[in-house]
Design a binder for this molecule. Structure first.
Ligand code: GLC
Ligand code: CA
Length: 562
């Protein structure tokens, strides 16, 4: 494939995957076509013209493979079959064709750190110690004693080892008990994965999103880890991320699969340092193409200690700086594992919801990196904030609650954080119109529709030229027309300002100035660069008051000047 074989290795080399604007769809919640309350592929097909109208160029859909849905499709029981609830392989083919016909690329979610325990490999593996599939997973024979502690994300007790009576052994699961970790140290497992990738690449998918990939390689002796490791599951990335053989495996995947097609791969998670992230994506390494780090997602994720704009600016500026000459990042503010964008980073009150949604989309679509936008954020959909644990659907919330209770944690603090940061916030159905189930389904939705769909919905925003939806379209058009927004250098202005985020982007003789007021206070600031940027390209309010090199920015105002 020509894309990656260029000898030069600087970050500004133009590649189609750097120029994408990705729209992420949580299929269970986008559009239900048959009234069973679950979104499906036919529903997405019905909305292809809407997707195209957004000006996005790629679609990433969360897993659609056969799955018992312990973790909503992230527990796969057959990597070559479509989940019946979502449709058939014929629907998939039609969807892919419909996207391609509209010039939109498709990114497949690939979950191969673990499978479902209902996958045939695991059924075989657990059946006897000498089954040929035994080494497809990590087993620890009980006669060796209890294995050293490993943290699990979704386990009720946080314990990644599950005792299995049938063969008197423990198996490893970094995620839920029904998500046993595959043994990447076994070359047969790796070959199986490459075969699966060939299967989908031959169907014509354009990219892979590698789920939880930083965890695949393991020290299979499972030694005891330092005391600090026992403090909690936030230690997982530090100790399990970027295991001993991850790079040889990625090189192998590149040689065996990625290099053979015009596709790209983005890893979920990027270790704990800039260097870890670079090692995944730097051009000469021929491993992955786009890094998706968690530092932004984790910033101030605590109701009692929220982030400041200064921290936010510093974080994004430091990452940009580190990737200014090689390697490539994604830029995102939300996904299916986070809160809704405007609730988390903006102001979702009635007064400021629309304007701050537009401000956040201005940031997303004017930064360097490949933007990953999340369905519904083009409208400014907000957190549903379920108040009682009974309302939650997510295994992370449900088992996290059980664990907090068992640990004697302060349940009030636990609930306040869950209400704000639960993954269910971003999984409520797409708000198409003001009808009882928001036009998502004619039946009972699998998870509640947000009551504010009567106000926040596509139908209402289509006809309003100043809606967040139409503002989003202005921004995607601007990014598609001006490569400076993709490749241009980034310079932070007013670094010490606590409410204003300002930067320039420049490439050859083109430059843009982005000014965003992240507060509900009006600010008047002096910015010398205003002299050279007099044309208002996109504005999220109706006025823009500039006098010489002084601009007045009203609450949450965001402007792009050229
Ligand atoms: C990733 C996914 C998340 C899933 C987990 C286990 O973090 O984004 O939704 O629960 O992996 O597959
Ligand atoms: Ca359905």
């Amino acid at each position: 494939m020509q894309v990656m074989s260029d000898a030069a290795s600087q970050g500004h080399i133009q590649k189609w995957w750097k120029e994408q604007i990705v729209y992420q769809i949580y299929p269970r919640s986008f559009k239900d076509s048959n009234g069973d309350g679950v979104g499906d592929l036919s529903g997405i097909i019905d909305k292809l013209d809407y997707i195209k109208s957004l000006g996005v160029t790629s679609v990433w859909i969360n897993p659609i493979y056969a799955s018992p849905n312990d973790d909503n499709g992230y527990d796969i029981s057959d990597y070559r079959a479509i989940m019946p609830e979502f449709g058939t392989m014929a629907d998939f083919d039609e969807l892919l064709e419909g996207l391609h016909a509209r010039g939109i690329k498709f990114i497949m979610d690939l979950v191969v750190n673990h499978s479902s325990d209902e996958h045939e490999w695991f059924k075989q593996s657990r059946s006897s110690r000498d089954n040929p599939y035994r080494d497809y997973y990590h087993w620890w024979p009980a006669e060796k004693g209890k294995p050293n502690w490993r943290w699990s994300y979704f386990d009720e007790r946080g314990d990644a080892w599950k005792y299995d009576e049938q063969t008197d052994s423990y198996y490893l699961h970094y995620f839920a008990v029904k998500q046993p970790d595959l043994n990447w140290e076994n070359p047969k497992v790796r070959q199986e994965v490459y075969d699966i990738m060939h299967f989908w690449a031959q169907k014509g998918v354009d990219g892979f999103r590698l789920d939880a990939f930083q965890f695949v390689s393991k020290d299979t002796d499972f030694p005891q880890l330092p005391e600090e490791y026992m403090e909690g599951k936030q230690q997982i990335i530090k100790y399990h991320g970027m295991g001993p053989n991850i790079h040889p495996y990625l090189r192998e995947m590149y040689d065996e699969v990625l290099s053979k097609y015009d596709v790209f791969a983005v890893s979920e998670g990027a270790g704990s340092t800039f260097q870890d992230a670079h090692d995944l994506v730097d051009t000469h390494r021929n491993e992955l193409q786009i890094a998706y780090h968690f530092e932004g997602a984790e910033l101030g994720k605590n109701v009692d200690n929220p982030h400041t704009l200064l921290e936010f600016k510093q974080l994004y500026s430091a990452w940009d700086e580190s990737f200014s000459s090689d390697g490539w990042l994604s830029i995102f503010l939300a996904n299916h594992d986070m809160s809704r964008m405007v609730s988390r980073w903006g102001n979702d009150s009635e007064e400021y919801r629309e304007v701050s949604t537009k401000l956040l989309n201005t940031f997303l679509l004017t930064m360097r990196g490949t933007p990953f936008t999340y369905f519904g954020d083009e409208l400014g959909m907000t957190n549903i904030r379920f108040q009682t644990i009974e309302e939650y659907k997510d295994i992370d919330a449900i088992n996290g609650y059980k664990k907090a209770q068992a640990d004697g944690a302060d349940m009030d603090t636990f609930m306040r954080n869950l209400i704000e940061y639960s993954r269910d916030n971003s999984r409520t159905p797409m708000q198409w119109d003001a009808s009882p189930q928001a036009g998502f389904t004619t039946g009972e939705p699998w998870i509640n529709v947000h009551a504010n769909h009567s106000v926040i919905n596509v139908e209402a925003q289509e006809t309003d030229p100043h809606s967040p939806l139409n503002h989003f379209r202005e921004l995607t058009a601007l990014r598609q027309q001006h490569k400076v927004l993709v490749y241009g250098d980034y310079d932070l202005l007013l670094p010490e300002h606590e409410d204003i985020y300002a930067y320039t982007r420049y490439l050859d003789d083109e430059s843009m100035l982005v000014l965003m007021n992240f507060s509900a206070i009006t600010h008047t600031v002096h910015i010398p660069q205003l002299q050279a940027h007099t044309k208002v390209l996109v504005n999220n309010t109706t006025e823009c008051v500039i006098e010489g090199d002084v601009i007045t920015l009203t609450p949450y105002q965001a402007v792009v000047l050229g």
